[in-house]
Design a protein around this ligand. Structure first.
Ligand code: ATP
Length: 212
């Protein structure tokens, strides 16, 4: 069980970004993707989750837990996303934001799932808070809880710690790595920060020439 990405071509309208990329991420591990701005890191994530813009071209295959997913609709891939911007709805409470992510089911079970997810990120006391009143670090933790609530089969993270100060970044990183291990799902993390590399064996560097 793992995430396997084989990209044989990735191109923007301006030209080739990647011609050969293979990433294998075992369950419970965070694989880090680094490289200069504009080299195609976010586009690799978009190819995996199925949100690559129509102007972009890619060819390859993505295997998640032995299932080929590159042709599946976005929802069917069950890929969790966490970005630099948390995209929490400002007109909803934390609870409402999280309920939004819980799969359909019995109401009390969904409420319990939300509370358990907030426990996981140590944010239970903020159940009824408005996201606009939370600090950056607190919002990041709510966004992580929301991403995990949908029970994703893998997690894609695009610079999720970059707006946090050093101490919060450290705490959030430990939380993400711990929950990925606990849930035994593969995760792919785009970052510019070497401190985010948990294990040099699980690091891919893209260069500007786009060939790996
Ligand atoms: N929808 C699009 N239409 C045209 N060009 C695009 C589109 N999306 C991305 N690109 C181009 O593709 C290239 C790769 O973009 P991408 O966002 O994947 O890079 P990145 O490595 O994640 O950069 P950064 O570190 O700055 O976030 C860039 O040159 C970008 O301008």
């Amino acid at each position: 069980m793992s995430l396997d990405i084989h990209i044989t071509q990735l191109a923007s309208p301006a030209g080739d970004l990647l011609r050969s990329l293979h990433i294998h991420v075992p369950d419970g591990k965070v694989h880090t993707l680094m490289g200069p701005s504009g080299c195609g890191k976010s586009s690799v994530l978009a190819a995996v989750c199925g949100t690559l813009d129509h102007g972009m071209l890619w060819d390859g295959r993505v295997t998640l837990h032995d299932q080929r997913i590159e042709s599946l609709p976005v929802q069917a891939r069950r890929v969790g996303l966490l970005f630099q911007d948390d995209l929490l709805f400002a007109h909803m409470t934390v609870r409402e934001n999280l309920l939004f992510a819980v799969p359909a089911g019995e109401r009390q079970a969904r409420e319990r799932a939300v509370e358990a997810a907030l426990d996981d990120v140590e944010m239970r006391e903020f159940l009824h808070a408005n996201p606009a009143r939370l600090s950056g670090g607190q919002r990041a933790r709510v966004a992580l809880a929301r991403a995990l609530l949908a029970q994703p089969r893998c997690l894609l993270l695009d610079e999720p710690f970059s707006k946090l100060d050093a101490a919060l970044r450290e705490r959030m990183r430990a939380l993400v790595f711990g929950l990925v291990a606990q849930r035994a799902i593969p995760a792919l993390l785009v970052t510019h920060d070497l401190a985010d590399v948990a294990d040099p064996q699980h690091l891919t560097r893209l260069d500007t020439a786009g060939a790996v």
